[in-house]
Design a protein around this ligand. Structure first.
Ligand code: NI
Ligand code: MN
Length: 228
């Protein structure tokens, strides 16, 4: 049982859990200014989308059509994808769990917004907990910190993936508070340094995580897989 997680820049991740390929929030080069991979290079069995903003759904339709993967999304985003010709969608909502070939997936809440690029309503924003490959991973999506993260922590977390870029989401300091609630073994930061407005000194953040928590910070490089 193995889990590999790879950051592609901004909020785009791919995971391989026991050989099943999962992509989260597909936003690849050239539109994603820090990504190195283009969408035509990406394989996926499942595509998870946290919310409707352009920096999370940019390449979703292309990737889903090219791979025939199943989108796991809020029903409103599922309807939007289907209207563009995506065939396989699995709607979920906050608090719901379902067993997929890569493990048990729970959709969580998030404090953010979720309009789709064409102005369609995207439902409420969310995040995901993936319990698979012997690991329990929380992918927060775009969100502020919230004290109910303590509920997500129940059952233990091997990894939390948290936005730290500030301005649109929690920032470096509030992510430390999130770690107090979540108590994961390790944390990977994302949604930072894509544009000047979410510029972060990540070395300074790493130092603060080490000083104030027992959590291991893992600064993933773009397209450099991390083995869990
Ligand atoms: Ni957003
Ligand atoms: Mn975003």
């Amino acid at each position: 049982m193995t889990v590999q997680i790879c950051w592609h820049g901004h909020a785009t991740l791919s995971l391989e859990v026991d050989g099943v390929k999962v992509v989260v929030d597909p936003f690849f080069a050239p539109r994603n200014p820090v990504a190195k991979t283009t969408v035509d290079e990406v394989a996926a069995d499942f595509v998870l989308i946290t919310h409707g903003h352009g920096d999370h759904v940019a390449d979703a339709v292309t990737l889903l059509k090219q791979t025939g993967a199943t989108a796991i999304v809020k029903p409103e985003i599922g309807n939007w994808l289907e209207a563009q010709g995506v065939e396989k969608t699995h709607g979920m909502n906050a608090g719901g769990s379902f067993d997929f070939p890569f493990g048990r997936l729970t959709m969580t809440t998030a404090f953010h917004s979720s309009g789709l690029p064409d102005g369609s309503y995207g439902g409420e924003p969310g995040g995901f907990v993936i319990d698979g490959g012997g690991r329990r991973i929380y992918i927060a999506g775009d969100t502020d910190v919230f004290s109910d993260m303590a509920l997500i922590a129940r059952g233990g977390l091997d990894l939390a993936v948290l936005p730290i870029g500030d301005n649109f989401t929690m920032g470096p300091d509030s992510s430390l508070l999130a770690l107090e609630f979540l108590k994961p073994k390790a944390v990977i930061p994302y949604h930072y340094n894509t544009w000047p407005r979410i510029a972060v000194d990540v070395d300074d953040w790493v130092a603060k995580v080490r000083e104030t928590t027992d959590v291991r910070p893992i600064v993933a490089g773009v397209d450099e897989p991390v083995e869990l």
